[in-house]
Design a protein around this ligand. Sequence first.
Ligand code: PDD
Length: 278
Amino acid sequence: RIAYLDGRYLPIEEARIPIFDRGYNLGDGIYEVTAFVGRRMVDFDAHLSRLRSSLEHINIKVDLDFADWQAIHHRLIDANTIETGTVYIQVTRGVMERDFVPTKDLSPTILGIVQPKPLDSDPRLDSGISAALVEDLRWKRRDIKSTSLLAQVLAKSRAHAVGAGEAILHEGGIVTEGGSTTVFGVDRDGVVWTHPLGPTILPGITRKRVIALAEELGLPVTEEPITVSALRQMSEVFLTGATFFVIPVVEIDTQPVADRKPGAVTLRLQKAYRDYAR
Ligand code: PDD
């Protein structure tokens, strides 16, 4: 497999990061994950805008324009013989002796990796997954796609330990999002609910696409917070994300969602998204 590191394309075993990289020492960096299906990227422009907005938020300047970023993504996909998977891009502030306050002369470390993933052919798209409710212990700027992921590592590990495929995070009685997904619910009237944008959640690219597809299908959508008790009453629950596509949640904390079968609205949106991505 070939990685991109600071302007070079190398076998992954040869791509090395110095021990004083601020991403490694301090989690001082951001990342982006873009899916590709049959070597074609899904919503690349939107992922790139979010990457650039994450960089701006934490004041890292990268000397690459849209075409440069696009070329890196394309070359990574071309250099690896993976048909379907994700491009992972990570930008950290750079390398210096460990200190919280960065010096001004740093040049960012830019890493790109391609990972194979089942995505549109994942059998869990049909079966659905179970999810576990876990308290959201993250910081207050979740709209920045930070590489500081300790809270998600712990939340998703806890979910995994009880046999769940994803953690559904909540705080103050409100569902924020999944460990690495956006949470949607479908209520008894068929209205599709998801948390509004803002600093408490990541602005999911799949979320945005699924809302647009729902509107095209004439499904009512409301961007309002879902309480934990409302989530338990939903007729359908599903998650979206670059690595999960549109995945039904059939069980929450061992309690079935409706009749423990993927719901009709979820499956319509899943199909619409799969067709869009293919
Ligand atoms: N995660 N919420 C969080 C906290 C996420 O980390 C992600 C994505 C999403 C979904 O966003 P999108 O639809 O743009 O993929 C929501 C990536 C895939 C990851 O960390 O691997």
